[in-house]
Design a protein around this ligand. Structure first.
Ligand SMILES: Cc1ncc(COP(=O)(O)O)c(C=O)c1O
Length: 366
């Protein structure tokens, strides 16, 4: 069959092992999943209550304009409703952007390592991929700018960056955007925006107002704790949104997802509490890294990349057998490291103890 040549070597997404599966294999009663940067505190009760009380028909298609959530977000963000686009998770927005802009003969610029879906979708579309290595966990914006040419269609910025947790500050971003040609779309992926507390972080709403070639992506999957519903959104200039809309599937946001997101948006107290707990959790990891003399990047997300200078897969396996699922750095382009989602205080303490015993056992064996 006549497959696109570029997809013949692509691998399908490898889902992590299910909690049930790991429990069974290792005879464990409790598993703590700290692998996908999900919210350890779940989601707002308002979202749960809304979903439980939903009694309308399942037979009707959802609202293809996502009107209720659109209006609420437009009010919340103070942007026009025409400046918003919704995706089945921000994953789908990455797909929509790629589908709308990338093709053979064009190129796209991104950091490495970063969120792998930028590369994946660019590969499917047959575009040239220009990956610029991070410097100290941070985007090398000068080198990224230097990689842009007349064929560049999209630049991907991930802030805070997955997997390092390092953010781009306001001055760095503005300096970069002042130079980027205005016919290049700059995607600012802010999946972890709500966790950020750094004072020199930019204001993406002001940025989007000032630079019509910027599209900001956010999601209800992380701090809002609604990953299973798949609701992401983008905001930018009306011109960019208008061009992307025809590429979007008509009913990509389902009714339950829209309602749950709407209810969750109305509970900003929950978001604030999760942000505060996350900061405390990060401190637990920082203390551990400092006492064990392990390198790490200070993180503005809900995860931390820790360099154990070991075989990451071995540590991953060790932690899994103790009931903690993390992400091996080998899968993230960071060999020697693991990425751990910040959990509840108790979960953090547990995984830190397991990491300590790994370090101690390794020292005995050496
Ligand atoms: C940086 C980044 N962008 C986008 C996503 C996709 O999130 P979702 O599709 O659940 O909105 C993730 C998920 O891990 C992410 O880390």
């Amino acid at each position: 069959m006549k497959w696109k040549q570029q997809i013949t070597n692509l691998k399908a997404y490898q889902p992590g092992r299910s909690i049930e599966d790991v429990k069974k294999e290792y005879g464990l009663e409790k598993i703590v999943k700290l692998a996908s940067n999900e919210n350890p505190f779940g989601s707002s009760n308002k979202a749960k209550e809304w979903v439980q009380s939903y009694g309308a028909s399942y037979a009707l298609y959802p609202d293809g304009y996502t009107t209720a959530l659109r209006l609420a977000l437009s009010e919340f963000l103070k942007v026009d409703e025409k400046q918003l686009i919704f995706g089945n998770g921000s994953d789908e927005l990455i797909l929509i952007i790629s589908r709308a802009m990338l093709e053979p003969g064009k190129n796209t610029v991104m950091a490495t390592p970063t969120f792998p879906q930028y590369r994946h979708n660019a590969t499917v579309e047959g575009a040239e991929i220009r990956e610029i290595p991070l410097v100290d966990g941070s985007h090398d914006l000068e080198a990224m700018y230097a990689a842009i040419d007349a064929q560049t269609a999209v630049v991907w910025l991930c802030s805070p960056n997955n997997p390092t947790g390092v953010y781009i500050n306001n001055d760095q971003l503005v300096q970069f955007l002042n130079k980027v040609p205005n016919d290049v779309l700059v995607v600012l992926d802010e999946a972890y925006f709500e966790y950020v507390t750094a004072e020199d972080y930019y204001n993406a709403l002001d940025i989007a107002k000032q630079y019509p070639n910027v599209l900001v992506l956010r999601t209800f999957s992380k701090v809002y704790g609604l990953a299973s519903f798949r609701v992401g959104y983008g905001f930018g200039s009306e011109e960019v949104i208008r061009a992307l809309e025809p590429v979007r599937e008509p009913f990509n946001i389902n009714t339950l997802g829209e309602g749950a997101a709407l209810a969750a948006l109305s509970d900003q107290e929950f978001i604030k509490k999760c942000r505060e707990e996350n900061k405390k959790g990060l401190q637990q990891f920082y203390q551990f890294c400092e006492s064990e003399k392990l390198d790490y990047y200070p993180s503005e997300g809900n995860f931390i990349l820790i360099n154990f200078n070991c075989d990451s897969d071995e540590l991953f396996q060790y932690l899994m057998e103790k009931g903690y699922i993390v992400r091996s750095g080998n899968a993230l382009g960071c060999p020697g490291s693991v990425r751990v989602t910040v959990g509840s205080q108790e979960q953090n303490e547990g995984v830190i103890q397991a990491m300590k015993s790994f370090i101690a056992e390794k020292a005995i064996r050496q």
